[in-house]
Design a protein around this ligand. Structure first.
Ligand SMILES: [Cu+2]
Length: 436
């Protein structure tokens, strides 16, 4: 793909997105004040055709600065939405227009990139439809899984990390070595499990589900009772179809899966927190022919998707052979008593940029010296990991190693960071900077 430049064409689609504080009701009798787009949670679905020019007019009706980031879309740098890196944050009462060409096709989402605002609800799906899909389907549903924080997000206080990696106190959770925010449950399309959405299907249909992990601190495992899932895309990019009974994804990852509706009844779509103990997020798949009844729960996973099962349909240009530049980065907890997460011992923004040159094949090798997973996300570029093309990849805990390769084809200053929002806010980020 050619380098992106600022789009000056007339937009095909113009969408207003006003960020404001509203009361949301994820279940009857449960409400909280959240920060949302267009008064909706999750925010409105933006759906455009591949190659269309999308123009989004952000109006900030919050009492705080904000931005929008187009997670996964390799947009031109000035509209990437990272405060103090690609733009000045948008002040209360101000507006900012993001215009870019929506390509390549895929399942994306948009969210605030300021502080911990993502965990307040400033998120929504962005679907860029293929002109020529590599798989067939008759119907589709977007499935956003998320962790539900009633109240204001905040970093754990200094010293709360403990000295020896004990499990966190706040909110329980059992994520050894980290502190889980005090979540009030897990959401699927903005609903708590006692208030599930129903996905209607007709026997014989092929149903495409677009799963987005919009959580701030949750790794989800997803299953659908009574059905195999044929995974067709990861992070929006098409893969050779692979059939599984479950997959695991970290914050910021997406999977598309096609399900053949060949097993009439009422079935649960379930998303379990692997690092929390809240009741699973869920929805219900209900066949038209079904007489209702309580939905069946999924069986334990026996055929879980692994990264090595993913084979991209297309290849990424500019990353064959040996890299022109390699970074070896250690992901770890900060050494101090304060809640800090570091890349090579540095906590952003007090961190050196990773300097690259246009046209280079860049490799980033990561080793995770902490006990918790880090879903690492690169802005502005897709990368190759194994045989897949992705924009977010889980680096497992306990010395897990992952290498990503990308082609420096989109000049600018780009954030590379952990998509656990609390790790990001506590320093686990670097700027990847193009230099002459
Ligand atoms: Cu992390």
């Amino acid at each position: 793909m050619a380098p992106r430049s600022t789009v000056t064409d007339e937009p095909d689609t113009v969408v207003p997105l006003t960020a404001s504080s509203e009361t949301i009701r994820p279940a009857p009798g449960t409400s909280t004040s959240n920060w949302v787009y267009e008064g909706q949670f999750p925010g409105p679905e933006l759906r455009v055709q591949e190659g269309d020019v999308l123009s989004v007019e952000l109006t900030n009706d919050l009492q705080a600065e904000t931005t929008i980031h187009w997670h996964g879309v390799p947009v031109p740098n000035p509209v990437d939405g990272v405060p103090n890196v690609t733009q000045d944050p948008v002040a209360p009462g101000e507006t900012f227009t993001y215009t870019f060409r929506a390509e390549p096709a895929g399942t994306y989402f948009y969210h605030s990139h300021v502080g911990l605002q993502l965990d307040r609800g400033l998120l929504g799906p962005l679907i860029v439809e293929e002109r020529d899909p590599h798989v067939e389907y008759d119907r589709e549903y977007v499935v956003i899984v998320d962790d539900y924080l009633p109240g204001e997000p905040e970093l754990p206080s200094d010293g709360a990390m403990g000295g020896s990696g004990g499990s966190g106190g706040v909110g329980g959770g059992g994520m050894m070595g980290d502190i889980r925010p005090p979540y009030g449950g897990l959401l699927l399309n903005g609903r708590l499990p006692e208030n599930p959405q129903t996905f209607g299907v007709t026997e014989g249909e092929r149903v495409r589900f677009r799963f987005v992990n919009a959580g701030s601190a949750t790794v989800f495992g997803v299953r659908i009772a009574g059905h195999e899932m044929t995974v067709t895309h990861t992070d929006g990019r098409p893969v050779e179809p692979v059939s599984v009974d479950s997959f695991v994804f970290g914050a910021g990852e997406r999977y598309d899966a096609v399900v053949e509706a060949t097993n009439p009844g009422t079935w649960t779509v379930q998303a379990d927190a692997l690092d929390g103990n809240e009741p699973p997020a869920r929805a219900v798949v209900e066949y038209e022919s079904s007489d209702g009844g309580s939905p069946q729960r999924p069986s334990p996973a026996t055929n879980r998707l692994q990264y090595r099962n993913l084979r991209s349909v297309s290849s990424l240009d500019g990353v064959s052979g040996e890299p022109d530049r390699t970074f070896d980065l250690t992901l770890s907890r900060g050494r101090s008593q304060s809640y800090t997460w570091t890349i090579d011992g540095q906590a952003y923004p007090d961190a050196d940029p990773l300097q690259i040159r246009s046209g280079e094949h860049v490799r980033i090798r990561m080793i995770n010296q902490s006990p918790v997973v880090h879903p690492m996300h690169l802005h502005g570029h897709f990368f190759q990991v194994g045989n897949a093309i992705k924009d977010t990849v889980i680096v497992p805990g306990h010395r897990g190693r992952v290498a990503i390769d990308f082609h420096a084809d989109n000049p600018g200053r780009w954030l590379f960071h952990c998509h656990n929002l609390y790790h990001l806010d506590a320093g686990m980020a670097r700027v990847v900077r193009y230099v002459e």
